[in-house]
Design a protein around this ligand. Structure first.
Ligand code: ATP
Ligand code: MG
Ligand code: FE
Length: 351
């Protein structure tokens, strides 16, 4: 049984072919970063048009690389939410059309569920994370701590009250004059900075629960930058600000994760996902919390932390094994789709 996965919810067009056991036969990701960079963020209309142009040739190419024909695919899985509606319609519509043409099953996948289950992909760790575990999802669009209790069984423990973690990195990077998306550049700059020179607030520290907040921290950085005379922000200053900002984010995430683990004593481990999980300082901070509380930390390789289609195909395999799906071709795309609503059949669960 071969599964084709398709991901078009944000600014990556991706497709992948997995066999029924979850072994990756071929995978492709096309990033649209260059298309959006001039605007300093993802422009939905540009994203949708780029997905439309890229997806058909990419699917043909991934099938060729896998050495299979469209007729050999037994299930087509696409992200149908949450995300930008234009992209979702293109990926979802493509998958439905292909399923209709070939007779393959169709799986309507929740993007967050795909991130949540990625770490269980065979071969990533000696022993894959067992349910239940705590997921920390930190990307450009999402910031959440989630109790993953089983396939289709998720409980949100906390989320951001304002900006997403990656969004905060990107906004602060912009304030420091770094190019979009600034997360990776900010991490590099922080490495040469003195984190103790500026005292920035540590959002949510000591507060109960698992929610995040980054806008106050971002504002504090903006005020620091504005307080310097124009043109006086040299590289040493910028590096010190980057290092303080990153240290504040690490402290917040470590604190929130510790709270999540305390709220979920049965957790077998911690899984991190999302582009921000690429940050080594964050990984180190989370690993320390996990070690202190006796939990294993699972961090998938970066290509599976950021948006990809392997995770979409894998989510379909997990759902099929759990008896959830396939889904009706009439299943709609949903720009908003909370993770704790994935257990029901998609149509029945519509709100
Ligand atoms: P979605 O939120 O829908 O999953 P996305 O495209 O916004 O998708 P990803 O592609 O997973 O998210 O991650 C991109 C984000 O990760 C950007 O905000 C980027 O700045 C941030 N990021 C990437 N590398 C690093 C890093 N080393 N340190 C901090 N942030 C990083
Ligand atoms: Mg992205
Ligand atoms: Fe994502």
């Amino acid at each position: 049984a071969l599964v084709l996965g398709i991901e078009t919810s944000c600014d990556e067009t991706a497709c992948a072919v997995l066999d029924g056991a979850g072994v990756v036969r071929a995978e492709l990701v096309a990033s649209q970063i260059a298309d959006h960079a001039p605007f300093g963020g993802v422009v939905p209309e540009i994203a949708a048009r780029a997905h439309l142009a890229a997806l058909g040739p990419m699917v043909a190419s991934v099938l060729r690389t896998a050495g299979v024909r469209a007729a050999d695919v037994s299930a087509v899985a696409a992200t149908v939410g949450p995300g930008l509606i234009g992209g979702l319609i293109i990926g979802g519509g493509f998958a439905k059309g292909m399923a209709l043409a070939t007779g393959a099953d169709f799986y309507a996948i929740n993007h967050l569920e795909a991130h949540a289950l990625t770490a269980r992909l065979p071969g990533l760790s000696a022993v894959p994370p067992a349910f239940p575990y705590v997921l920390l999802l930190v990307s450009g669009g999402h910031t959440a701590l989630i109790a993953v209790e089983g396939v289709g069984r998720y409980r949100q423990l906390g989320t951001t009250l304002d900006d997403a973690a990656g969004e905060a990195f990107d906004k602060v990077a912009k304030l420091l004059g770094l190019a979009y998306p600034g997360g990776p550049a900010l991490e590099l700059l922080a490495a040469e900075g003195d984190a103790a020179r500026f005292a920035l607030p540590r959002p949510m520290l000591g507060r109960s629960g698992c929610d995040f907040s980054f806008s106050g921290l971002k504002t504090a950085v903006a005020q620091l930058v504005a307080a310097r005379p124009a043109g006086a922000l040299d590289r040493e200053d910028a590096a010190a600000i980057a290092a303080s900002f990153q240290a504040a984010v690490v402290a917040t995430m470590a604190d929130r994760l510790a709270h999540a683990l305390a709220m979920m004593p049965s957790a077998s481990g911690v899984v991190v996902a999302g582009g921000v999980a690429a940050n080594q300082a964050i990984r180190t901070g989370l690993r320390a919390v996990a070690a202190r509380t006796g939990h294993a930390l699972f961090a998938p390789p970066l290509r599976l932390c950021t948006d990809n289609a392997t995770m979409v195909a894998w989510a379909a395999i997990e759902r099929a094994r759990a008896g959830l799906g396939p889904d009706a071709l009439a299943t709609p795309c949903r720009p908003r789709w909370p993770l704790d609503m994935t257990a029901q059949s998609f149509i029945a669960g519509r709100r």
